[in-house]
Design a binder for this molecule. Structure first.
Ligand SMILES: *Cc1c(COP(=O)(O)O)cnc(C)c1O
Length: 357
């Protein structure tokens, strides 16, 4: 069976070598030496000024929203993973859903119409590693004095105009979950420019402690040394991994472009990471369910990602989907095909054969 994704693994001996020092110093967690080495390596790789590491991406985002003191309404999109919206609600804010564009990212032309006197921030998502209109969003935010937070969970290694994508906005959250392009088993990072956020993020991730003082009501979201060791090993192979993904991605693009009823995304003006291969199935000989079933019968698992929309969460107690017709439509028609570094060209061909047949 070909799964939709497969976690990349370093060599077993490499990981053993990396965790040896943990037995010598018994420093298991709380920002130990392996954590610190990973932090510095990621800062360089992602081309950002600062990065703080967390036990997972979701708590990283939660801590960042708290550290930025985001209040009231947050403009975001419903075409994302549950984490984005949950973090907004968990810090006591109200998500305001903005529709998306053809590349699945937030439609910046619709943001200003949603701003009220309660709006404090924009939380946009670099969906599938496609970047949001970062420059236009920055302009809107400046004009209305709003914070800009990016959910960059899909965007590890993405660059725009020679800058790391985490260098845009006030903060960006990267997820290092096992299913992501780069992983630390579970893990996450917050990148940011304002140095004063460092102490705040630290306190939020460590029970609200700052030195010996209790300064806020913080949670516990520290990355441990075993996670960091996995990250150090995986980071050594990341360029190789991205190249392998590119080969599979390009093959899909070659085989599935110019097929009536299938839409795949076209040219890009930024450095990609080949995290996902979404296709939009609209007016094809089979609908999404039909294509998914045919793939399953032939040994390949595709994923309805994202379906349902986060705005369909029953806890809202009302139907919010009509506010974002495009996102609603995409959530009914999009299918992510299997894509990971070890996926061979012959497997990609097999998947394409099934779809085209
Ligand atoms: C994976 C993901 C997250 C959450 O990251 P975790 O590290 O799994 O907590 C948040 N947002 C998006 C868009 C994601 O894909």
């Amino acid at each position: 069976m070909i799964n939709v994704t497969k976690s990349s693994m370093p060599f077993f001996e490499e990981y053993c070598q990396e965790i040896k020092s943990i037995w010598d110093n018994t420093h298991l967690t709380n920002m130990g030496p392996v954590h610190n080495r990973l932090q510095s390596a990621l800062k360089d790789y992602l081309k950002v000024e600062n990065i703080e590491l967390f036990v997972n991406g979701h708590l990283a985002l939660y801590c960042a929203l708290k550290a930025l003191d985001v209040k009231g309404e947050v403009i975001t999109t419903p075409f994302t993973f549950a984490s984005t919206t949950n973090a907004i609600v968990q810090v006591g804010c109200t998500p305001v859903f903005c529709d998306v564009k053809d590349d699945y990212t937030i439609d910046e032309s619709k943001i200003e119409g949603l701003i009220t006197d309660k709006t404090s921030a924009i939380l946009a998502v670099h969906v599938y590693g496609n970047i949001c209109a970062v420059e236009e969003i920055e302009k809107i935010a400046k004009k209305h004095n709003l914070k800009v937070i990016y959910d960059a969970a899909h965007a590890f290694g993405v660059e725009y105009k020679g800058r790391g994508i985490g260098d845009y906005g006030d903060v960006s959250m990267f997820s290092f979950h096992a299913t992501k392009v780069f992983h630390t088993i579970e893990g996450g990072g917050i990148t940011f420019k304002d140095e004063s956020l460092k102490a705040k993020l630290n306190a939020e991730r460590n029970f609200g402690l700052s030195g010996e003082e209790l300064v806020v009501f913080g949670t516990n979201a520290k990355m441990n040394e075993f996670q960091a060791a996995m990250g150090i090993c995986n980071l050594k192979h990341i360029d190789e991994e991205l190249n392998k993904r590119k080969l599979a991605f390009d093959r899909y693009a070659e085989r599935l472009s110019d097929v009536n009823g299938l839409t795949i995304l076209g040219e890009y003006d930024f450095k990609r990471n080949y995290a996902y291969f979404p296709i939009l199935i609209d007016g094809y000989k089979k609908d999404r369910e039909g294509v998914m079933l045919a793939l399953k019968e032939n040994g390949a698992m595709a994923r309805k990602y994202f379906y349902p929309l986060v705005s369909e969460n029953l806890a809202f107690n009302k139907d919010l989907t009509a506010l974002t017709p495009k996102a609603l439509d995409f959530s009914r028609k999009v299918l992510c095909l299997p894509l990971y570094a070890g996926l061979s060209i012959s497997e990609v061909d097999k998947i394409c054969d099934v779809i085209l047949r």
